[in-house]
Ligand binder design. Structure first.
Ligand code: OOG
Ligand code: MG
Length: 253
């Protein structure tokens, strides 16, 4: 069933308001299709771009079993990143701007040039360790597949470490997430679709279907390699063996 345009716009307004007023909302009504949900996501992003934010890339969600099991969703989804979500490596994350922030260790790719409809592969020119801060706008961080798509795949903020040239095989690198030096989650990049490079064709397919542009310099997040952890006050860091690290400091709360 496809819901009427007015209902989709109202859902987008509710999710957008939840994000910038930092107040959780109820899940969306049952019966929405993934297509409806991406239409809501489009409208949420349009509202952010109208306020002056600029597209910064795309992120994949549920590319690892750990994430699927944690959230009870087993389909790969895509969300949009904007410049307002970017936190510099080692920078501050003001925790009061989020409802119930969590953090995930990820791998980022950099888009080499504007992607066109002729591209059969995503042109990438660098990779980096990354942190994603997710924050569901839904009460209790609970959602169905359409709910989380509509909510821009829980995107909230992201940190990219120093870009590295291509050449490192990302297939099975050890991943560690630490909070104030203590290990919180460990895993391997192989958790991401068996190899994080597989995130690229998966992303291209969805981005093309949904008409999501990718431009030179945009960031692609391949998805959490482990379950997400609550973002605590203090220093959070991801370490990827052979690739490097990235960190952020949780302030407030
Ligand atoms: C949705 C976002 C999933 C990932 O890396 O798998 C995601 C969520 O878990 O709230 O970002
Ligand atoms: Mg993620």
């Amino acid at each position: 069933m496809t819901t009427d345009i007015g209902a989709l716009a109202r859902a987008a307004e509710r999710l957008d308001t939840a994000q910038h007023t930092v107040s959780p909302v109820e899940q969306l009504p049952d019966g929405l299709t993934p297509a409806d949900a991406y239409a809501i996501q489009d409208a949420v992003i349009a509202r952010r771009l109208e306020r002056g934010e600029r597209p910064a890339g795309l992120k994949l969600g549920f590319t690892s079993k750990a994430k699927m099991a944690q959230m009870g969703v087993s389909e790969v989804i895509v969300g949009r990143l904007t410049d307002a979500m970017r936190v510099s490596d080692g920078g501050d994350v003001p925790l009061e701007r989020f409802i119930h922030p969590r953090v995930e260790p990820e791998v980022a790719y950099r888009i080499a040039r504007d992607v066109t409809t002729d591209d059969e592969e995503l042109p990438v020119d660098a990779v980096a360790p990354a942190l994603e801060i997710i924050d569901s706008r839904y009460r209790d961080f609970r959602f169905s597949l359409p709910d989380v798509i509509a909510d821009n795949a829980s995107s909230a903020a992201f940190v990219v470490g120093a870009w590295q040239p291509l050449g490192v095989d990302l297939g099975d690198l050890a991943v560690r997430l630490t909070a104030d030096g203590a290990t919180v989650e460990t895993g391997s990049t192989s958790a991401i679709l068996g190899h994080p490079d597989r995130a690229l064709p998966a992303l291209l397919e969805i981005a093309r279907r949904q008409g999501m542009p990718l431009r030179a310099g945009h960031v692609v997040l391949a998805g959490g390699a482990t379950a997400a952890a609550p973002f605590p006050p203090g220093r959070v860091e991801v370490h990827v063996t052979g690739l490097g690290s990235a960190s952020a400091i949780g302030r407030g709360r």
